[in-house]
Design a protein around this ligand. Structure first.
Ligand code: XMP
Ligand code: MG
Length: 177
C-alpha cells in the first residue's frame, strides 16, 4: 500500500499539528499549574495525540487509558458504550483531562464523562484534537479544541479506517471511492 492510497487530500499538515499542540501545551501548563493533573485518553485513536501533548505540558502529570467498545448499528453509533478497560485508581483529588482524537457524535464522550465524573475527581474536562460539530448527536462540550473539521471522514495521526492509516503523520480526508 502506498502512503497516499485512500487519502483524498491532506487536511492538517504535520507542521500545523505540531504548532497547535505546542500552543495547547502552553495553555494547559498555565491552566493546571498547582493541580493534580491526570490525563486520560480513550484507546486507540488518541494515542499519538496523547504522546505528543504530554511532552508539551511543563508540569508533573499522570497518564491513564480507558478502552471502550461502542455498539454500531451499521455505521452509526448506537450510543451504548461498554468499558473494556477501565482506569483502576480512585480519582479523589485529581483534575482529570480527557484527551480525545475527535468529538463527532459525542455519544462516546458523554458516557466517558459521566463514568469518570462518578469517581470523585475534582474536575473533569475534555481536550479534543478535532471537533466535527456537524456530527453531534449528544450534548457534549469540549473545553479545549485544536481544530474544527468539516463533515468528512478523517484519518491519520492515530485515527483509523478499519484499523489502517493510524501511522500517517498528518490528518487526511479519507477517499471513499
Ligand atoms: P463519537 O463522538 O461519534 O466518536 O462517539 C467516537 C469515536 O469514533 C471515531 N470517529 C472517527 N474516526 N475518523 C476516524 O478515523 C472520523 O471522522 C471519526 N469520527 C468518529 C473516533 O475514534 C472517536 O473517538
Ligand atoms: Mg477514539
Amino acid at each position: 500500500m502506498s502512503d497516499l492510497d485512500g487519502v483524498k487530500s491532506v487536511l492538517i499538515t504535520e507542521a500545523e499539528l505540531s504548532a497547535a499542540i505546542s500552543g495547547m501545551g502552553k495553555i494547559l501548563t498555565e491552566d493546571y499549574r498547582g493541580k493534580k493533573l491526570l490525563l486520560v485518553s480513550v484507546l486507540k485513536g488518541a494515542f499519538i495525540f496523547m504522546a505528543d501533548l504530554i511532552r508539551e505540558i511543563q508540569l508533573p502529570c499522570e497518564v491513564d487509558f480507558l478502552c471502550v467498545s461502542s455498539y454500531k448499528d451499521g455505521v452509526a453509533s448506537s450510543g451504548r458504550v461498554d468499558f473494556i478497560k477501565d482506569i483502576t485508581r480512585d480519582l479523589s483529588g485529581y483534575d482529570v483531562l480527557i484527551v480525545e482524537d475527535i468529538l463527532d457524535t459525542g455519544l462516546t464522550l458523554s458516557e466517558v464523562v459521566r463514568h469518570l465524573s462518578g469517581k470523585g475527581a475534582r474536575s473533569v474536562r475534555i481536550c479534543t484534537l478535532l471537533d466535527k460539530p456537524s456530527g453531534r448527536r449528544a450534548e457534549v462540550f469540549a473545553d479545549y479544541i485544536l481544530f474544527t473539521v468539516p463533515d468528512e471522514f478523517v484519518i491519520g495521526y492515530g485515527l483509523d479506517c478499519a484499523e489502517l492509516y493510524r501511522n500517517l503523520p498528518y490528518i487526511g480526508i479519507y477517499d471513499k471511492e
